[in-house]
Write a protein that binds this ligand. Structure first.
Ligand code: HDE
Length: 749
């Protein structure tokens, strides 16, 4: 019955009666029936919700991190309108000449609805298209005030931020878990204008000069003929380019290491990569490199996990970030700087600070922590915030400036240019997510989407008609100043300094700094990626490059590819320099937000489940109760069923019950794989156990869960296996193992 259906979409009579009749108009809005007293042409900010729509949630203000909205239901209590504000009675049927007749061109609502929809998509970012964002705040420790006059780094300052994490190569709909570099871009809404720290999770870059950016990206993106493969570097054009353009070798090895497949955005370091210049109140300058240090440590997926995750949950990282924030396990990083003297050479112990393919080991120049960032609110609208946010490495507050790094110099051009296409014109900084919190008084006018409400008649300077306003500021008025750096007189040239020629010593430094298990992963990654290349010459050339880094690395990869080990004696790197900070292993870290899966058998509900659930939550972790079917077990809601869970979604596995084999029968997905299984338990439990073991996850069992674990062949003295009488003892063991991220001993077995 169409009239009934319509009724549910319109405002009920009760709601109608609640509408106030005698309303005081909001400022600027004429009272009902009164003419506007404003000049018809005077610009004014859009009116807020009318009195009869007071329940409407306000728009998310930029940088609002408090999630204060009392009512998250979209547009609660408001009337559906056209974009021009006319209330609508019907939105389900086009206006037609009779019920069975043709549609009428005069149907404005239909045409507006469809036209708007037709134009909903904007071009995705040419790189970093796939991303996830969050709001938060940055607290300065104040110690950076000695090196920079940027006010947001002064003691006691708190600044709102928006962060967008991303992969680089994939399209907007690609999987999160692919092997790739991750973007880590932060917008600080400082009182001196926006500061964008547009970094990555890897401290070096593929190229030294911005003019090579289209080359590396064309090589990494899918092949132009068939547009495959999506979101990965395991293909001929990528390895063709990086094996020829050897300055890419350092970044490439980071990508082949576990850094290329992070466990979570929350567990990644971030790097500004380039060297920046700071200036303090006294005018003294220094050079710095920016680092983000995650509170949870650096942690990665295993390659097999990453591949399974790509299929079971392509949104793995996006979901992880949003869930962590929602559950209160708010991700945190500390911001740090490595500080160098600002000498004319701009080098540190022979390392050229303008070369973005080089790091300075932290053991030589420690990272000094200068503040803390917490991400505590999810975006309310993905498109408006995460998609429309526009970063620019040139958005700098007074006290922070760029250097002549030729990669950074090119980026300063690129980021405005790309927004013109992506966001449709030059006014993208007026979008709410990009709006500075500092007052804006520019002389830019017009253009698509102009909404600044400019007044005055003289958008030029000098002028007398607007009293020569707006004024230019002096340094004492906190103006941004281009630092008076001396540029050496030299001949115009398309060339790089000789110091940029060393493409291998730091690749070896990185390799030497990894533990054996991390090295194994690197060998596996090269073997996989080169094994996916069809062109023998490409594989051979890359193996020659590996031999220039380390003979055993080249040997292992060559063997896996069935190639002879190249002999590059005489040209290869030597030396045992190490930087332990480059390894991910060895520390212990907080377990906040880690997911503990608990398998239960609803036929034998475990005693103490509710208490265990509570202790896990109390330890800032997330319990996932896994049963044969949904519902509740021992009064605790089931989170996942054996049909929906894979071990890659869990950080640790606890068996509190051993569901028997017949439970597998109704899953109806595959041939009955359980028919051959020997344990007599649900084969999906065997699979969970097997994968959790292989991926180095802590595994616990108590009560009814011990049967399955013993029958599957595990023993209490196996590394990372915790079998005990009580859930609390099991949880203690599991938590301790989780603080080391993985049970690394298993990888040596
Ligand atoms: Fe970017 N990069 N990039 N890049 N980049 C973009 O800007 C570019 C580079 C980075 O979440 C684009 O708004 C050039 C280094 C991040 O919105 C584009 C060069 C680093 C993001 C662009 C580089 C980055 C981008 C695409 C070589 C780490 C995502 C969309 C000179 C320090 C930001 C956009 C977000 C995005 C150009 C190199 C990080 C086309 C020309 C080095 C995190 O302007």
């Amino acid at each position: 019955n169409p009239s009934e259906a319509n009724e549910s979409k319109t405002v009920s009579e009760a709601q109608r009666q609640n509408l106030p009749s005698d309303t005081t108009p909001p400022p600027g809005r004429p009272a009902a029936g009164e003419p506007s007293v404003e000049e018809p042409t005077a610009p004014h900010p859009p009116w807020g919700a009318s009195e009869d729509q007071q329940n409407v949630s306000p728009r998310t203000p930029t940088g609002d991190v408090a999630n204060e909205d009392p009512d998250p239901i979209a547009q609660h209590g408001s009337f559906l309108t056209t974009s021009a504000g006319s209330r609508l009675q019907e939105t389900d049927h086009t206006l037609k000449a009779g019920e069975r007749g043709p549609s009428l061109l005069q149907d404005h609502h239909f045409r507006e609805k469809i036209t708007h929809f037709d134009h909903e998509r904007v071009p995705e970012r040419v790189v970093h298209a796939r991303g996830a964002g969050a709001h938060g705040y940055f607290e300065a420790y104040g110690n950076a005030a000695s090196v920079t006059r940027a006010k947001f780094l002064a003691p006691g300052r708190t600044t709102p931020v928006f962060v967008r994490f991303s992969t680089v190569l994939g399209s907007r709909g690609s999987a999160d878990s692919v092997r790739d570099t991750r973007g880590f871009a932060t917008k600080f809404y400082t009182e001196e204008g926006n500061f964008d720290l547009v970094g990555n999770n890897i401290p070096v870059f593929f190229i030294q000069d911005a003019i090579k950016f289209p080359d590396i990206i064309h090589a990494g993106k899918p092949h132009p003929d068939r547009e495959i493969p999506q979101a990965q570097s395991a293909h001929d054009t990528f390895w063709d380019f990086v094996s020829l353009h050897t300055e890419a070798q350092h970044h490439t090895m980071w990508n082949m290491s576990d850094r290329g497949i992070p466990r979570s955005y929350r567990m990644m370091e971030g790097f500004g990569i380039h060297t920046f210049r700071l200036q303090n109140e006294e005018g003294h300058t220094c050079l710095v490199k920016f680092h983000w240090k995650p509170k949870l440590g650096v942690h990665s997926l295993t390659w097999e996990e990453a591949q399974i995750v790509g299929g079971t949950d392509p949104d793995f990282h996006r979901r992880d970030l949003a869930d962590a924030i929602e559950s209160g396990a708010c991700p945190e990083w500390e911001l740090g700087i490595q500080v160098f003297e600002d000498t004319p050479e701009q080098t540190y112990e022979g390392i050229d600070l303008l070369d973005p393919t080089k790091i300075v080991p932290e053991e030589k120049v420690p990272v000094q922590l200068i503040g803390r960032m917490v991400l505590n609110a999810n975006p309310r609208n993905y498109f408006e915030e995460t998609e429309q946010v526009a970063f620019h490495p040139g958005h700098l507050p007074p006290g922070i400036d760029v250097t002549d790094d030729p990669l950074l110099q090119g980026r300063l051009f690129s980021y405005i240019d790309t927004q013109l296409t992506r966001l449709g014109g030059p006014n993208f900084n007026q979008l709410p997510i990009n709006r500075p919190h500092a007052p804006v008084n520019d002389m830019f006018r017009d253009g698509y989407g102009q909404q600044a409400g400019h007044t005055g008649v003289a958008p030029y300077t000098p002028n007398s008609l607007d009293g020569n306003n707006p004024l230019t500021a002096n340094e004492s008025d906190a103006a941004f100043t281009d630092l008076p750096v001396t540029v050496a007189e030299s001949v115009k040239t398309r060339a790089a300094p000789a110091s940029f020629d060393d493409h291998f010593s730091q690749v070896r430094l990185f390799w030497n700094s990894l533990t054996d298990v991390e090295k194994d992963h690197v060998v596996g990654a090269y073997s996989f990626e080169l094994g996916k290349c069809y062109e023998p010459a490409v594989r051979e050339r890359q193996v020659v490059n590996l031999a220039r880094v380390d003979e055993s690395l080249a040997q292992q990869v060559a063997e896996s590819l069935g190639l002879p080990v190249p002999d590059v004696r005489g040209s290869e790197q030597t030396g045992d320099d190490r930087s332990p900070a480059l390894s991910q292993l060895g520390g212990t870290w907080p377990v906040d937000g880690r997911i503990v899966g608990i398998i239960v058998d609803p036929a034998n509900p475990p005693a103490g489940l509710a208490e265990l659930h509570e202790s896990i939550v109390g330890s800032s972790m997330v319990p996932n109760i896994i049963s044969i079917h949904g519902g509740e077990v021992s009064g605790v809601p089931v989170t996942k069923t054996l049909a929906t869970v894979r071990s890659v979604e869990l950080d640790a596995l606890v068996l509190a019950g051993s569901p028997s084999r017949q439970s597998a029968e109704p899953s109806g997905q595959d041939a009955k794989s359980g028919a051959r299984a020997g344990s007599g338990f649900d084969p999906r439990v065997d699979l969970l156990l097997d994968e959790a073991w292989r991926h180095g996850k802590a595994i616990g069992a108590w009560g009814g869960g011990t049967d399955a674990i013993y029958r599957a062949g595990y023993a209490n003295d196996d590394p990372g296996i915790f079998i005990d009488d009580g859930p609390e003892q099991v949880l203690a063991g599991v938590t301790e193992a989780l603080s080391r991220h993985r049970v690394w001993d298993r990888f040596d077995l």
